[in-house]
Design a protein around this ligand. Structure first.
Ligand code: ASP
Length: 367
C-alpha cells in the first residue's frame, strides 16, 4: 500500500526544525500520475491559478452555507477522518462541519485516546484506520512533514491541517478568501465576479512569531503567488534564521513604522507551545512593541483590515477593543473556513471533472 518511510512518532516535536516555506513536501506535490490532485500538503502546490480555483469553488459552498439547510449530497458515501495530534478547536470543527455539510461520513480520531498511547506507531495506527476504508485524512501533527508522511502511507487523499512549524494551507486559503470578500464588498462587486486581481500589490504586514508559525509560511506563499507585497514584522529573534525563499518584499523590526502603509495587518499568535518564550525577554515587552493596541490600530489606513488566525491572546497580540473593531475580520475568517474546507474536500474527493465548469448556482446542489 505504501512505500517504506520512517514512522513519525505521535507527539514528536518539530523543535529544531526550521522549515522553508513549502520546503519539506514530497515531490511531485499533491498529484498522482495522471496529474489529478490527490492531496493538499502545501499551499505552494496550488500556484495562483489553483488558489483562484479554490476561492471560486468556495463561493459556491459559501452560498450553500447561507441556506436554511446548509447541506449538499456532494460527498455522500465518502469517509473523511480527522486525525489530530495537537489541540484544536476551530480547525477540527471547521473540517468536520465542512465534511458533514458535504454529506460525507466523518470519523474523529484523537491521538490522545488512540492506540498510539499504547505504543503503536503513528504509521501502524494510520494504516489500521485506512484499512477500514477511508477516502481522506485531515491531519494535524506537531511534526513538520507528518501530513506528507501520512500521504505516503495510505491511498487516501490527505489534507494538511497544520504540521508543526511547517504549513497550514487551508488557513492561508481562508485568509485569502476573507481578504477577497472584504475587498469585493468595499468596491461593491459581487463576490462571484471577483478574481484574485485584488491581491496584486496588496500591502500585507505579517506580524509576530514568524519563526514558529505555519500560518505565516502558508500565508506568505499564497500571497507571494498572488503578487502581494508582504512585509514581515517581528523582533529578530522571532524571524526565521534566513528569509531566503520567502516571497517577501521586506523585513521590518518596528510595527509602528509600517502601520500607515498596510492594507492588511495580520497578527500571528505567539507559539508558546513551540518554545517561543525562550526567544523573548518577556511577553509584556513583546506586547508593548508588537501588540496591536487601539493607539496603533488608529495609525492604520482607514480601510485596512486586521486579521488573526485564532486563537487570539487578547492583550498580547491584539488589544481587546481592537479585536472588536469592524475592521477586525477574525470571525469572517472562521465562517469562511467552512466554505473553503468544503471546497478543498470536494475538489479532492468529488467526481472527476465536476469542478471544471462548476456552476455556483447548481454545482454543489446537483452533485
Ligand atoms: N490555529 C492556527 C494553527 O493551528 C494558528 C495558531 O494556533 O496560532 O496554526
Amino acid at each position: 500500500m505504501s512505500s517504506p518511510s520512517p514512522s513519525v512518532p505521535a507527539g514528536s516535536s518539530a523543535a529544531g526544525a526550521d522549515p522553508e516555506p513549502g520546503g519539506s513536501d514530497p515531490k511531485p506535490g499533491g498529484s498522482d500520475a495522471e496529474g489529478t490532485r490527490r492531496h493538499l500538503l502545501s499551499v505552494g502546490e496550488l500556484g495562483a491559478e489553483g488558489i483562484e480555483e479554490v476561492l471560486r469553488v468556495s463561493d459556491a459552498f459559501a452560498e450553500v452555507g447561507r441556506r436554511a439547510i446548509p447541506k449538499v449530497p456532494a460527498l455522500r458515501g465518502r469517509t473523511v477522518v480527522t486525525l489530530f495530534a495537537e489541540q484544536s478547536t476551530r480547525t477540527r470543527l471547521s473540517f468536520e462541519t465542512a465534511a458533514k455539510r458535504l454529506s460525507a461520513d466523518v470519523m474523529t480520531f484523537s491521538i490522545d485516546s488512540s492506540s498510539v498511547k499504547k505504543g503503536e506507531s503513528l504509521r501502524d495506527t494510520v494504516e489500521t484506520v485506512a484499512a477500514m476504508g477511508v477516502d481522506a485524512f485531515v491531519v494535524r501533527h506537531p511534526a513538520a512533514g507528518a501530513a506528507a508522511a501520512v500521504a505516503r502511507w495510505v491511498d487516501a487523499s490527505v489534507v494538511n491541517a497544520g504540521d508543526g512549524w511547517h504549513e497550514h494551507p487551508t488557513q492561508a486559503l481562508l485568509d485569502c478568501y476573507t481578504v477577497r470578500e472584504a475587498l469585493a464588498a468595499r468596491h461593491g462587486r459581487p463576490l462571484t465576479e471577483a478574481g484574485v486581481e485584488c491581491f496584486a500589490g496588496l500591502r500585507v504586514g505579517v506580524v509576530g512569531d514568524v519563526r514558529h508559525s505555519r500560518v505565516a509560511r502558508s500565508l506568505v506563499l499564497a500571497l507571494g503567488a498572488l503578487g502581494s507585497e508582504v512585509t514581515l514584522v517581528a523582533p529578530g529573534s522571532l524571524l526565521p534564521p534566513s528569509t531566503e525563499g520567502w516571497p517577501v518584499a521586506r523585513v521590518c523590526y518596528e510595527l509602528d513604522a509600517v502601520l500607515p502603509e498596510l492594507d492588511v495587518c495580520y497578527l500571528l499568535r505567539l507559539q508558546t507551545e513551540r518554545g517561543t518564550g525562550a526567544f523573548l525577554p518577556s511577553v509584556r515587552e513583546y506586547s508593548a512593541r508588537y501588540g496591536l493596541s487601539a493607539r496603533r490600530a488608529a495609525r492604520l489606513p482607514e480601510t485596512a483590515l486586521v486579521m488573526h488566525p485564532g486563537p487570539m491572546n487578547r492583550g498580547v497580540e491584539i488589544a481587546d477593543d481592537v479585536a472588536e473593531l469592524p475592521r477586525t475580520v477574525v470571525l469572517r475568517q472562521v465562517s469562511n473556513g467552512v466554505a473553503v474546507r468544503m471546497a478543498v474536500l470536494f475538489m479532492l474527493l468529488g467526481s472527476p471533472g465536476s469542478v471544471a465548469g462548476f456552476p455556483p448556482s447548481s454545482g454543489p446542489t446537483g452533485a
